[in-house]
Design a binder for this molecule. Structure first.
Ligand code: AMP
Ligand code: TRP
Length: 344
């Protein structure tokens, strides 16, 4: 995309990410996002929010939205996010996200948004009936990140293009307003075997909450029996596991299961192959089922325990929103001044 000669940003490093409260979380969300959040909170100042403003780009039942927000917060806590380390909050409770998003809508170019593949996928055949918010979704995402001047953004592979747009918006803002080091150029943190978990029914489709088959994904709230049954029924091929990663590339289902094993056990795919090469799925699947149950069943249980005490979740979200606002407000005040608004 556009090149706006970046100047080194010298502010503090900061992590930011979020997940939408628009359906049950699955293994892809857990490995691609939540596990990384929990790890990063020990390394950098970390902001993790529930993307409820993004969720309403498609219809959400008003009677269910607040509870869905608590469920994502419970998943964050169950995955190991510690509210004394990370700032955890609902996006809609920090008005600065929306305020900066409007200004960024006037910085981003129509041509940039026209290239966004996620909009094309989500709007499908009925583009003209999609909400305008679904189209400008990545601009709000840029505001989420830059309102905290975040430098590192842990996400799954599917968010890469939105991060590129964020960098373009940061660069154009800095250039247009003559402040070359005002916004950082945030870096996506995508690496690792969990970055793109595929469907258990089809190795060429992403694991997704919108897949009609529940057997395509492992939900964080699945019971131990469900988890084991889904791994047992996962699609595979008749060959034993190969010696090398190259031989895996032509076998998407096998590759996916090896990737899940690697991500859940904190190993590389090569290390997993070193142990299982030559063994068939009759051996590998039960080992994966045991590992998945061992790692995921406690996450579901912890989520349920947090959800039994919504007052505590609400307290965490409220305190997080206040802390987030304290960081976001000065950025928006400076931006208003730079844009030249009256009274800024
Ligand atoms: P979403 O549920 O689409 O809001 O995604 C929340 C987070 O999970 C984002 O960082 C996504 O990139 C990540 N994610 C979603 N699906 C997958 C997947 N199948 N594999 C890895 N990461 C994923
Ligand atoms: N678009 C992201 C997703 O669907 C969610 C999101 C919204 C996000 N704002 C963000 C992720 C800012 C990282 C940073 O997964």
């Amino acid at each position: 995309m556009t090149d706006h000669t970046p100047v080194a940003y010298t502010g503090p490093t900061r992590v930011l990410s979020g997940v939408q409260p628009s359906g049950a979380l699955h293994l892809g969300n857990y490995l691609g996002a939540l596990v990384k959040f929990a790890k990063l909170q020990h390394e950098m100042d970390t902001f993790i929010f529930v993307a409820d403003l993004h969720a309403i780009t498609v219809w959400q039942d008003p009677a269910a939205l607040a509870q869905q927000t608590r469920e994502i917060a419970a998943a964050y806590l169950a995955a190991g996010l510690d509210p004394t380390k990370a700032t955890i909050f609902p996006q809609s409770a920090v008005r600065e996200h929306s305020e900066l998003a409007w200004i960024f809508q006037c910085v981003a170019r129509l041509g940039w948004l026209d290239r966004m593949t996620q909009f094309k996928e989500k709007s499908g055949k009925h583009k003209e009936r999609s909400s305008v918010g679904l189209y400008t979704y990545p601009v709000l995402q840029a505001a989420d990140i830059l309102v905290y001047k975040a430098t590192h953004v842990p996400v799954g592979e599917d968010q890469k293009q939105h991060l590129e747009l964020t960098r373009d918006i940061a660069g154009k803002f800095n250039h247009d307003f003559g402040v070359p080091a005002f916004f950082p150029q945030p870096e996506p943190l995508i690496q690792g075997p969990g970055a793109r978990i595929m469907s258990l029914r089809d190795g060429s489709a992403k694991m997704s909450k919108s897949d009609p088959s529940d057997y395509s994904r492992i939900n964080l709230t699945d019971t131990a029996d469900d988890i084991a049954a889904k791994v047992r029924k996962a699609r595979t091929d008749p060959e034993p596991l190969p010696e090398t990663l190259e031989e895996l590339t032509a076998r998407p289902e096998a590759d996916n299961l090896v990737g899940i094993f690697a991500a859940l056990s904190g190993r590389t795919k090569a290390e997993v192959l070193a142990e299982y090469a030559g063994k068939g799925f009759g051996t590998f699947k039960p080992a994966l089922a045991d590992l998945a149950v061992e790692k995921l069943a406690p996450v579901g249980e912890t989520m349920r325990r947090f959800l039994a005490d919504p007052t505590e979740i609400d307290r965490i979200l409220k305190a997080g929103a206040e802390r987030a606002s304290d960081v976001a407000a000065p950025t928006v005040a400076e931006v208003k001044k730079l844009v030249g608004f009256w009274g800024a």
